[in-house]
Design a binder for this molecule. Structure first.
Ligand code: BG6
Ligand code: MG
Length: 214
């Protein structure tokens, strides 16, 4: 299948905000006396805020009411947004700008497909608010990855069939979502060793654009 569009995940692919998500959840876990570490954090990649909280609370010594859960998710987002305040275009991950330019030169479309409700803020902060042909994010979907909804929405906004789209992801849940959407799945970062991915690279900087689009 020819690739006419590349859909990028945001956190951990375009910018290292995955680290800020981890730090904010670690702070919540520490304050609540819940055991949490980077290994558990891997399961939160690509997953929505409330579903991430549910995963963290599996280690909690007590149960939390729905109101308390909403409070914790809100507090986490406050901590996270404080960290986002520091973001600048200098935080764009290595190779991203060159990859976007190379894709555009080949007249292939680009989109963001992210579970994050903070997508507009982040793109604004790193100066990429107008860099993509379409944006599908956590504010526009009912089900987060591994559900394919966000990628199918991005393809729909671009007017391109799912089988002509490639997805670049750092999350196992994102690779699964791409496959369920019928798209080519490219694993980078934490998804670089994901056996189901069609293409794997340790980082975007190591991806070959022609292999990605071939
Ligand atoms: C994804 C992250 O991009 O967005 C997840 O990989 C995060 O870790 C999810 O939980 C939701 O983010 P937000 O910004 O809406 O809390
Ligand atoms: Mg990600």
């Amino acid at each position: 299948m020819t690739i006419h569009a590349v859909i990028f995940d945001l956190d951990g692919v375009i910018v290292s905000t995955d680290e800020y998500h981890y730090q904010a959840w670690q702070q919540i876990a520490d304050e609540e006396g819940i055991s949490f570490d980077r290994r558990i954090n891997e399961r939160l990649r690509g997953v929505s805020r409330m579903e991430s909280l549910e995963i963290i609370l599996r280690q909690a010594p007590r149960s939390y009411s729905e109101t308390e859960k909403l409070g914790l998710a809100h507090r986490k987002n406050e901590y996270y947004r404080q960290l986002l305040n520091r973001l600048t275009p200098g935080d764009i991950l290595p190779g991203v700008m060159a990859m976007l330019a190379a894709i555009k030169r080949r007249q292939v479309k680009t989109a963001i497909g992210s579970s994050s409700r903070n997508t507009p803020t982040i793109l604004e902060k790193i100066g990429l608010a107008d860099a993509f042909d379409a944006i599908a994010d956590g504010n526009q979907i009912a089900r987060s990855k591994p559900d394919p909804e966000v990628f199918l929405l991005a393809a729909d906004k671009l007017g391109i069939s799912p089988e002509n789209c490639a997805v670049v992801e750092d999350a196992e849940a994102g690779i699964e979502a791409a496959l369920r959407a019928g798209m080519r799945a490219v694993g980078v970062g934490s998804a670089a060793h994901c056996p189901q991915a069609h293409i794997r690279a340790s980082a975007i900087a190591d991806l070959d654009v022609d292999e990605l689009l071939a």
